[in-house]
Design a protein around this ligand. Structure first.
Ligand SMILES: CC(C)(COP(=O)(O)OP(=O)(O)OC[C@H]1O[C@@H](n2cnc3c(N)ncnc32)[C@H](O)[C@@H]1OP(=O)(O)O)[C@@H](O)C(=O)NCCC(=O)NCCS
Length: 169
């Protein structure tokens, strides 16, 4: 099969902005963690979709911390970039920020690495184009993505054995 042409990181990057509404908040007036996870998945999926130009599914989310609250009325900003494509899967880095619309102060509140798998029209995993990393930061993320993938797959195999036992596929 012919090798797919690489695509630059900049070709699929996404920045999403939303205002935090009361319906998305807990009793303290802070955005719900589940809402942040939803937005992380949406931003990451758009990047994966743009890079692969295929349907994608989320297969894994690395550990996710919420370092600071985001309050009702503040802006939640998500920046998502593809870091590396493997064979049928690709890793997307998503950074979350809060911005105060009055003062303009911006602070990073979370970050996550999400892995997506591209699917063909029959729902089978399909090959994705390689990522062309150009800037120093893109190159660093590209290198480190391989290490994260090894750790992630090893953790997934371990968790699978723990949760389902050795016999289950
Ligand atoms: C994603 C899915 C199609 C993969 O199926 P599979 O039988 O594991 O397919 P493969 O073994 O060929 O793996 C496909 C790719 O997923 C990767 N993968 C599988 N499990 C993974 C995990 N836990 N973490 C990271 N990558 C994973 C593999 O490494 C492979 O990547 P590569 O081709 O780049 O090397 C299947 O697990 C699925 O449908 N999951 C549900 C997805 C979904 O519905 N998500 C929405 C939330 S429920």
């Amino acid at each position: 099969m012919a090798k797919l042409r690489g695509k630059p990181v900049a070709g699929s990057r996404v920045e999403m902005v939303e205002v935090v509404l009361p319906n998305d908040a807990n009793l303290l007036g802070n955005i719900l963690g589940g809402k942040v996870m939803h937005l992380i998945d949406i931003a990451g999926a758009i990047v994966a979709h743009r890079h692969s130009r295929s349907a994608v599914v989320t297969v894994s989310v690395d550990n996710l911390d919420f370092a600071h609250p985001i309050r009702v009325g503040q802006l939640i900003i998500l920046r998502a970039v593809v870091t590396r494509a493997f064979h049928t899967s690709l890793e997307v880095a998503v950074k979350v920020f809060r911005e105060d619309p009055v003062t303009g102060e911006r602070l990073q509140t979370s970050s996550a690495f999400v892995t997506y798998v591209a699917l063909d029209e029959k729902g089978r995993p399909k090959t994705v184009p390689p990522v062309i990393a150009k800037t120093a930061e893109e190159k660093r993320e590209y290198r480190e993505a391989l290490l994260r993938r090894r750790l992630r797959l090893a953790a997934a195999a371990r968790a699978h054995r723990l949760y389902f036992g050795p016999g289950m596929k």
